[in-house]
Each structure stands twice: as C-alpha cells, then as structure tokens.
Design a protein around this ligand. Structure first.
Ligand SMILES: C[S@@+](CC[C@H](N)C(=O)[O-])C[C@H]1O[C@@H](n2cnc3c(N)ncnc32)[C@H](O)[C@@H]1O
Length: 228
C-alpha cells in the first residue's frame, strides 16, 4: 500500500486526533479509554468471556487504543493463552501520530512500547505482552471477504456512519456475520437504524443499550444459531 494512504490528521487541543479525510475524531472527546471499555469491552461481555484462543476482531485500528484496552482487560482476566486481536485498517497512522495520540492515556501508553516498536518497523503481525495482534491493511470491504478467521467478538469502530458509510454497508455487515464464530457477538457505539438493520440481516440478534457519555444509545448483538 502506498505512502499516500497514511492517515492525515488534525489535533484538538485536548490531544484527540481528527482524521482530515473523514472530518471525524478517532475516539470520544470525553474519554476515549472509558468509551472503549463501555462500548467495545462491556458491549461484548469482556473480560468475562475471555478463554484460551478467544479471537477479537475490529473494523478500524486507528491509534491501537482499543487493542491496548483489550490487552489490559485480557491481563486482568488472567491472560488465557492464545488470545488474538485482528484489526482492519485502510489508512494506517504513522508511528509518530500513534505515539502522540496515546500520550493522553498513560495507562495504555505504559504497555505500548512493543506495539510502537513493531508498528514503526512496518510490522503488522506482532505480539504485545503475549497478545497476538494482526493489522490487515487495506479497504475492509475487500480484505474481510478474503479473511479466513472467525471472531468471537467484533468491535465495529469506523468513523461515524454519516461520514464513513463505507465501513457500515450491508455487504460488509453480511461479511461480519460470515466471519463470526458460533455465539459470537458485536458491539458498536452507533445506534443508526441502517446499521442495526444490516446487522440483523447479517444474522445477529441486535439490541440497543445505553451509550457512552452524551450518546443515548449504542448497539450490541449476538449471532443467532445458524439453520442447518
Ligand atoms: C474511529 S477510527 C478507529 C479508532 C480505533 N479503533 C482506535 O482504537 O484508535 C476509524 C478507523 O477506520 C478506518 N477506516 C475508514 N474506512 C475504512 C475502510 N474502508 N477500510 C478499513 N478501515 C477504514 C479509519 O482510517 C480509522 O482508522
């Protein structure tokens, strides 16, 4: 993938990066780490569901904050073996920008050195304190169809559906369903109707639950048993 795909950013005074291409922040302006814990971890019943071989997957790697929050939750759960985190990212951030973004989260930053070293060296398959991480570079609409994995928990974390509709379309949500393990779940900060309908059509029982901060609702769901 060419250099021109690298994310271009602007920075809020608070230190939150905003993607110029999408005119949208990478995480909550209130507290990105708390938001991750509420939406993506609790929304997927984590850390309680971690077990050996558990596979988390994500649309939109961004700063890696969700990955580091997952790492912390997994460590707190006793670090069961073979847990993996796979994320899809079309516009990878430079290591300097990732590092700057993580400065706002000392707890996450304290664990980030192995990640930053690998990322800076251009590695997209690496280990962070025992958590196996893979970042699949390219447009998720193309890459997810080729992926052979099945996630136990999905973090759907594109920019807002209004600004980044590519990451919320029906075909992509269908692929999410195809790449979910039995009893697998998803969580996302959005409660947009077209996203919820697409996830329902993709095979999930979708529910609305209280959102983080000023957001009234988020969405979460569990894959319905497949008919044989
Ligand atoms: C809200 S940010 C994700 C934040 C991230 N999870 C974190 O922990 O920092 C959304 C991400 O989706 C990526 N993205 C947007 N469109 C994409 C596409 N078509 N395929 C893959 N990634 C995409 C953006 O580049 C951005 O990094």
């Amino acid at each position: 993938m060419g250099q021109d795909q690298t994310a271009k950013l602007e920075w809020k005074e608070s230190g939150v990066p905003v993607a110029t291409r999408f005119d949208d922040p990478y995480f909550s302006l209130e507290n990105g780490l708390d938001e991750t814990r509420h939406v993506f971890l609790a929304g997927n019943d984590l850390p309680a569901r971690f077990r050996p071989g558990f596979h988390v997957a994500e649309l939109g790697f961004g700063t890696g904050l969700n990955m580091l929050a997952t790492l912390m939750a997994w460590q707190a759960a006793g670090a069961p073996e073979g847990v993996r985190f796979t994320s899809f990212e079309a516009f990878p951030m430079s290591v300097a920008d990732v590092s700057r973004a993580l400065e706002a989260f000392p707890e996450a930053r304290a664990l980030a050195d192995p990640f930053l070293d690998a990322w800076g060296a251009g590695r997209r398959l690496f280990d962070v304190h025992g958590l196996s991480v893979e970042v699949v570079e390219g447009d998720a609409r193309k890459e997810l169809g080729r992926w052979t994995g099945h996630a136990d928990a999905w973090f759907l974390d594109g920019f807002s559906p209004a600004k980044n509709p590519e990451l919320w379309g029906e075909d992509l949500m269908t692929e999410i369903g195809h790449h979910t393990a039995p009893n697998g779940t998803f969580a996302t900060y959005t409660a947009a109707g077209f996203v919820r309908r697409a996830l329902d059509a993709a095979g999930f029982d979708v529910e609305r639950s209280p959102g983080y901060g000023r957001k009234r609702h988020m969405s979460r769901g569990i894959l319905r048993p497949r008919e044989i």
